[in-house]
Design a protein around this ligand. Structure first.
Ligand SMILES: Nc1ncnc2c1ncn2[C@@H]1O[C@H](COP(=O)(O)OP(=O)(O)OP(=O)(O)O)[C@@H](O)[C@H]1O
Length: 337
């Protein structure tokens, strides 16, 4: 490729300016100025793959999952059983290492992290809350002692912090009680305080309300929201609970190990919450059509695409498309339907 330079008496002096002269140079120039995918995201998953091998059988739990979450967001992750939600959370919590791809949380690269850094990451950068209340708290310690434990392990006990966190989450009155003397909802709120003890940047919760009735779930979700709003912690909650998934600003749907949909919620001018659902388009243009849409129109394997001025039409194979052409016909006339 040639690039012509202006000449003549009025032409600017560009003798010192380097001008790319080949297509490859132009491309690399363009890439240099383009921000990298998820450069500023607090949580970044790029083409994340996790393959489990058990007894010679491979299960692909995450198959090229992309996800970007900004600092301070409160995001719910939803999806059918087996879609890969817990696998994703285990990777983000540093418990599990992905097979391939990029996973970065608060600037920490989770694939290349050394074992010693992993311990520090799990103690100080992320906090987590599990579904089973018994997994979150030690039964022979009081609520306050449970919250103090991670601080002691990190060698940074802060006087008064346990009490402050328990108050913030509405369970200050439980400080001297052991888990057996608290309800399931109270235990989970104390568990959120334990997760926040070392001021993590990210809070991860896997089905935190899964064992609770709706009223108690509401209290636990309020505690998670308080942590997000008051402390600014980025929060990711895996949940089947519509009470949780419908109250966050963004719900990410996972299907077959990939992000497939996102629902965004915002307040309209009259104060109502408006939810808009989007399909997720990945960087190479892949898109998962909702399963019920595909079933409704008997879409399988091949579909016809038609680029319109402001949208793309998708028709099942063999069906007539929006231009009045049956699939397979070359160049039909516009039907206007
Ligand atoms: N340790 C493991 N060994 C082998 N396969 C596993 C392992 N953990 C998960 N899987 C498989 O990976 C896939 C994703 O599992 P995952 O637990 O992440 O799904 P999930 O969406 O959290 O499901 P649920 O809502 O039921 O908890 C499933 O097919 C599961 O059987």
């Amino acid at each position: 490729m040639t690039v012509s330079r202006p000449t003549g008496p009025d032409a600017p002096d560009i003798s010192d300016v380097s001008v790319p002269s080949s297509l490859a140079e132009l491309e690399s120039e363009a890439v240099r100025h383009r921000p990298a995918f998820g450069e500023n995201a607090h949580i970044l998953c790029d083409n994340l793959v996790r393959i489990y091998k058990t007894e010679g059988v491979e299960v692909v739990a995450l198959q090229g999952l992309d996800l970007l979450i900004d600092a301070g967001e409160l995001v719910a992750i939803v999806g059918a059983s087996g879609s890969g939600k817990s696998t994703l959370l285990n990777v983000l919590s540093g418990l599990d290492v992905p097979t391939a791809g990029v996973a970065r949380v608060a600037g920490v690269d989770l694939l290349s992290m050394a074992a010693r850094d992993r311990l520090r990451y799990r103690r100080e950068v992320v906090g987590f809350v599990w579904q089973q209340t018994a997994r979150n708290l030690l039964p022979y310690l009081t609520a306050a002692e449970n919250v103090e434990l991670p601080m002691r392990l990190a060698g940074a006990r802060r006087r008064g912090r346990a009490g402050e966190l328990l108050e913030l989450l509405g369970v200050g009155y439980c400080a001297r009680r052991r888990p057996g003397e608290m309800s399931g909802g109270e235990q989970q709120r104390v568990a959120v305080a334990v997760a926040l003890a070392n001021s993590p940047q990210v809070l991860l919760a896997d089905e935190p309300t899964g064992e609770l009735d709706s009223e108690t779930s509401e209290e636990v979700f309020a505690a998670l929201r308080a942590a997000n709003r008051e402390l600014g912690v980025t929060a990711v909650i895996v949940t089947h609970d519509v009470l949780v998934s419908e109250q966050v600003d963004r719900t990410v749907g996972i299907r077959d190990g990939r992000t497939s949909s996102e629902t965004l919620r915002r307040a309209s001018s009259d104060g109502r919450i408006v939810a808009e659902e989007y399909a997720v388009l990945d960087r190479v243009g892949r898109l998962q059509l909702p399963r019920d849409f595909m079933n409704e129109l008997n879409m399988e394997r091949r579909v016809r695409l038609q680029l319109e001025r402001d949208h793309i039409g998708v028709w099942p194979e063999g069906a007539e498309d929006g231009t009045g052409r049956a699939d397979g016909e070359a160049g039909g006339a516009e039907s206007g339907t």
